[in-house]
Write a protein that binds this ligand. Sequence first.
Ligand code: EPU
Length: 300
Amino acid sequence: MSLALLQGPSLRERTTLRLGGTAMAEVVIGCARDCDALPQTLQRLGGTPLVLGYGSNILASDGELPFVVVNPAVMDAPKVVGEDASGVLVRVGAGFRLPRLLGWLCSSGLTGLEGLAGIPGTVGGAVAMNAGSYGCETGSRLVSATVFDVANGVRTLMRDALHFAYRHFSVKETDDVSASLSPVIILDATFRLEVGSRDCIHTVMQTNYAKKKATQPVTAYSAGCVFKNPTQEASAGKILDSLGFKGKRYGGMAFSEMHANFLINTGDGTSEEAKYLLSNAQEKVKKETGYSLELEVRII
Ligand code: EPU
């Protein structure tokens, strides 16, 4: 394998919010060995590296953007790589889609990640933001991850070298280094699951997905929740709803009628309209409640 290179990828087509202009180029990593050529390729292309999986948590700006998309498309299917009294270890490529992983875990009778049903991203993206729902966080089951960064090359890091918090992942030793200078690219992840009943796993996944479908706009163009919850007890969606943001529209962008923490592109929205709505919401929430809502969606 070698690095595949695409010119001028459209971020509108590469993100679930369907917003954004054109990046300079896209570099596709098919396997860990491809990373050997990455530093030189990035240097030659110039621009800022932007690691992008399924693009389900990104609000991309309009116009020509100075980014080189780095796509960790390591598609290795899930595989059992170990088993002991405490569980079964499953390794999977970062580019593998999370819904497919959950389907595989269900048919393999492996329990532990059912709460993630209905999250659309890749495995790498879910680790990179410690995606979570219904009391389950991606990092809670992670045992190790193979990562690449320019300074250290490819290495497999055990969980104690990684830092997970609410919607946050980082490599501990690089916590104080700017991510844009040395992005950490996740290549694969190994999770510890337990053996369970297929029927139970299937039921829990179906129940979680049904709950999600009933309360969140799962088929709309969106990037999931746009703000982090300010505290464990306070839901950003509930606060925004109480302040009248549900359904609030500006141009082609709107806060969802179903869940006020989802920003929706109704089809012809622009990034400027999206940013206007986000800052308008932050200002009003600050003024009325004192909370400073932190973005969960990544604006680039
Ligand atoms: N609520 C409202 N109005 C709204 C939205 C919510 O009144 O517009 C109320 C609900 O009725 C409920 C409470 O607020 O009583 C909490 O709502 P919900 O269960 O939807 O949870 P959330 O805190 O709004 C979090 C995550 C979601 C995750 C759900 C389910 C964040 C920012 N959001 O939402 O994650 O799916 O819990 O576990 O942590 C995401 O990260 O992109 C995301 C969607």
